[in-house]
Write a protein that binds this ligand. Structure first.
Ligand code: GLC
Length: 677
């Protein structure tokens, strides 16, 4: 179970080689051409731009009958019942009896928190826990009982749950340029979450990622607001539909607003953009998400300040301007705002258990994982003292009830009685995930057209990530950081190596993680699967003392490639990462190079594209196109489409294919010591 940020935030020690290895092996001004993309470089429709915050009409209109019923319920609630309804506790820190006693409105399971603290809890264990909380919420002495709602981070499938299909992280979906695919993934994920008796997903992340040093870059679809805008509405529609069926699941548009725009990609840092950029870059995902009917919004840990332009919204969790004037006023949002994990404590003058400023600013439900008792005590006192107007409390509770009613929680059916509850098969959507992997892959280099590979050839596989489900799935998988897992924790998935063995024929494949002790000459081709190891949130930040150079953190990958390159056999590198990185020294030692992002549990989606079919024809061509610009230097960040003098190594929308080849020359290899500042 996660969490103290400071304690767990150990930046990777950077053993930078002091001597800058300046191998000017080729033009350092190389910028790949954008070969005629198979799919549009960005979204398929032009993006509307605004001079002020737009008013959004939700797909879910107000229901007058519902509204009057809500008003009656609120009028009959005590202050303690109202404040309890606004409180969200973590499942390990509250019992069903306490849910009843304190009139708790919501629970969540954080990353790495499972029923009974059992990573391999079965769906039936999840459903039993959900029933227990549900029954407890209906056992209060309230005049009208209000069902509890359980939220979970289902951000790439139902990723907390043992046996569930884990989809590619959003950065890979962005490269797929397929909004309809993303809608289908929303549907499949909703079904998986329902199987565990849970009502609410803290997804999608709508960050427009501007600096790839951010540890959460992979949670974003793109640096391009047009792609985020196009996807947001689709994934919300996929998850939620119009709540016409129990298959529909409540979603969360997060993290509002500007989480992907912080200076230097500092997680929970300060976004300094202009008002126009906040409206027209960071807001774009929310406009389509809210239009599609998103009912909850999660506040961002980040701040928005630009004193030179008179902007001082400060911490989003305490910004009345952003949470109330903009989101609820100008955008017209009538759902509820949930705070992030102890996010209220980051508001000046606040703590985990006390923040009238955040509630007055517009936070409706407070994610207070462990200190929820003190929070309730303090908030009651703050209402009684007038620090928090009762009208604000009533508005928050009204919003919460509105969302619960719209989402069907008042149906009278407990979690175990709902659609797919306890159905382990509903956790899986393997063909869909495999399709997503295929479409997410971006071919950056294929000199000599060494790909696709014929079947039946002798293949040497090297690299630490060829046989690693944890490295394929990344953060937010079973555990918060995606660490502490092994292949055995993924019974319903395949590694990339398994896919290679199936395509080439197991007898033709030899695997050596470090590439030592094998003779490359004995093989027809080498496939190297390398890249980043799992991280989440700030733990993944590339801080000021580091650079985008992958080899500065993962020397083993360059070492493996040095061992197999230049031996007269083609080297195909499959690079697993949560973001674009400076990898010229790996590109130069690869004949082909595939950006595979964090593909999830369906590793065979990779070999589906690398290999020809049994008849020798192309089985699947590459269709993925970069949704993040790829840097040409260790400190070329931020680099985003639309920049003045935009000159990345591979631009947004770049992606080769078998149908559209191109040759990549040798590239400059220039390390930078001491970080990018
Ligand atoms: C985290 C994340 C947020 C997540 C929440 C609950 O700190 O910022 O995305 O939904 O906590 O796990």
């Amino acid at each position: 179970m996660r969490r103290t940020r400071a304690a767990s935030f150990l930046k990777k020690a950077v053993g930078m080689s002091l001597a800058a290895a300046l191998l000017s092996c080729g033009p350092d001004a190389y910028v790949a051409p954008s070969p005629a993309p198979v799919t549009p470089a960005t979204a398929s429709k032009p993006l509307a731009t605004y001079t002020d915050w737009p008013s959004i009409t939700s797909a879910i209109p107000k229901d007058p009958v519902m509204e009057s019923r809500i008003a009656q319920i609120v009028a009959g609630m005590t202050l303690a019942q109202k404040v309890g309804q606004m409180t969200q506790a973590e499942i390990q820190s509250i019992t069903p009896a306490e849910v009843t006693q304190y009139f708790i409105g919501s629970v969540l399971n954080g990353g790495g928190s499972w029923p009974g603290n059992n990573k391999r809890a079965a769906v039936t264990d999840w459903v039993a826990r959900a029933d227990a909380f549900y029954d407890a919420s209906l056992a209060t002495n309230m005049a009208v009982k209000i069902p509890i709602i359980w939220g979970t981070d289902a951000v790439h499938g139902h990723n907390n749950v043992y046996g569930a299909t884990v989809f590619p992280h959003n950065i890979g979906l962005g490269a797929a340029h397929d909004a309809e695919l993303v809608r289908r993934i929303g549907i499949a994920t909703a079904r998986a979450v329902r199987a565990t008796g849970i009502d609410w997903a803290f997804a999608p992340t709508l960050a427009v990622v501007r600096d790839d040093r951010w540890g959460r870059s992979y949670e974003g679809f793109s640096e391009d607001p047009a792609i985020v805008n196009e996807y947001a509405g689709q994934i919300v529609t996929g998850f939620q539909g119009t709540f016409s069926s129990e298959a529909n699941l409540l979603v969360t548009a997060k993290h509002f607003m500007g989480d992907g725009g912080t200076d230097k990609g500092d997680d929970q840092g300060v976004t300094t953009c202009s008002l126009s950029d906040m409206i027209n870059i960071h807001g774009q995902g929310y406009y389509s998400a809210l239009a599609a009917g998103a009912q909850t919004v999660m506040a961002s840990f980040s701040s928005w300040s630009n004193p030179s332009q008179g902007i001082n919204a400060g911490k989003m969790h305490g910004s009345q301007y952003m949470l109330t004037e903009v989101l609820k006023g100008k955008l017209g949002f009538d759902g509820f705002v949930v705070s992030d994990w102890n996010g209220i404590a980051q508001v000046p003058g606040c703590t985990n258990s006390s923040c009238p400023q955040a509630i007055n600013a517009g936070i409706d439900m407070v994610m207070v994982p462990t200190d929820w008792k003190a929070f309730i005590t303090n908030t009651l006192a703050q209402v009684q003292s007038g620090q928090i107007p009762l009208s604000r409390i009533d508005d928050a509770v009204t919003r919460i009830l509105r969302v619960k009613m719209r989402a069907g929680l008042f149906s009278g059916r407990k979690p175990s009685q709902r659609l797919d509850a306890g159905n382990a098969a509903a956790l899986q959507a393997r063909p869909l995930a495999r399709e997503a992997v295929q479409k997410s892959l971006v071919l950056l280099k294929n000199n000599g057209n060494v790909l696709p590979l014929a079947r039946g050839k002798k293949i040497l596989v090297v690299g630490k990530s060829a046989d690693s489900m944890p490295n394929q799935t990344g953060g937010w998988t079973l555990t918060w950081q995606g660490t502490g897992n092994s292949n055995a924790d993924f019974p319903n998935g395949d590694t990339i190596l398994a896919g290679i063995r199936e395509a080439a024929g197991a007898a033709n494949v030899t695997y050596s993680s470090n590439g030592r002790g094998v003779q490359v000459a004995n093989f027809d081709a080498v496939i190297a699967v390398v890249g980043e190891t799992p991280y989440a949130e700030g733990n993944g930040d590339i801080g000021p003392t580091q650079t985008l150079e992958h080899s500065s953190r993962y020397a083993e990958d360059l070492s493996v490639l040095k061992g197999v390159t230049g031996k007269g056999k083609p080297v195909i590198t499959v690079f697993l990462s949560g973001r674009p990185l400076y990898v010229n020294n790996l590109l130069n030692r690869s004949d082909a190079f595939v950006a595979a992002w964090l593909p999830g549990t369906e590793g065979k989606g990779v070999s589906d594209v690398l290999f020809r079919d049994a008849s020798g024809n192309i089985h699947k061509d590459f269709t993925g196109k970069l949704s993040f610009s790829w840097p040409k230097a260790a400190c070329q960040t931020p680099v985003n489409v639309g920049d003045a003098n935009y000159a990345p190594l591979f631009p947004l929308g770049y992606g080769l294919s078998y149908a559209h080849p191109a040759t990549v020359p040798q590239l400059a290899e220039t390390s930078v010591s001491g970080g990018c500042g």
